[in-house]
Design a protein around this ligand. Sequence first.
Ligand SMILES: [Zn+2]
Length: 350
Amino acid sequence: MGLKTKNGTIEYPAFFPDATHACIKGISSADIVASGTTGLVVNTYHAIVDKTVDTIEKCGGLHKFMGVKMPIITDSGGFQAMSLVRRTPGNGKITRDGIKFKMDGSRQSITLTPENCIQTQEKLGADIMMCLDDCTDPGESQKEQELSVTRTVAWAKRCKDEFQKIKKDKPLLLAIVQGGNSKELRKKCAEELIKIGFDGYAYGGWPVDASGAFLDEIVAYTAELMPEGMPKYAMGVGKPEDIKKCVKMGYNMFDCVLPTRDARHKRLYVFNDSVEKGYEFVYMRAQKHETDMNPVSNSCTCEVCLGHSRAYLYHLFKQGDSDAGRLATIHNLTFYSKLMAELRQLTLLR
Ligand SMILES: [Zn+2]
């Protein structure tokens, strides 16, 4: 069982690395495919800011442009409302109509509305579109959370109306459940969204509290509110231990910048024999690797582990060679592919 999209079937559970600007820093599309990655997330807000939407459309959409044949999710830009506007009000404004981002210097301000958000995702050629949502931090006031749910539901309705104008090669449209840390608001938001009707649902909002603790209870509760047999997407959840927890809760789709960002910061993921025994980090900045002729991981079959030693990767990072980030990213993405493949096996065994 999986989720059929225009560019392939998604086998659950699936992890989607963030190719935010229609690329993953430092690696080629061929590298992405070779790492076993089965899908990507591209960001609508960044495509607008980068002014690449028309270019990508003229080039036949994201798949042709990037040269990949795999399901692509386009995120709506709602998350940027939180990370850029809510945390720094001088950066813009959230109103009933949408999110206005104020650009600095010579760049013009942009406004994301539910309508132009869907139109942009269509131009990009998404397999899975996300509704524009008003994303909050769990620490914000009850009043703000209520307002966010009201906006998120109203915007989802407008997204659906705009989505229904697409007649050809229809993608899937997922709605995002907000409500912060309030069960009452999460329930209200999910019920209202389910009434409108979407192809799947996502957990929205920051899933971690101010102390850095994962919000197990509200994340699990929100999964229960979503219909069975549909995509249940835990947005931004990416630590292997959090993915494992969320799979048990019923979530089947994930995305995160962690494996690629960590790779560039010399942090590599290595299994302790198997997924169930966990993993450890190998830091390529540690001097103990200077003459370590072992591969990054004995059990990994990526280009890096088959062809290079820790000593050589350490050397490349020390030299500031661009291949260092590339090799580390290929390894971490291969680790995530293996993690998800083993979780798929465990899910089948349950
Ligand atoms: Zn490897």
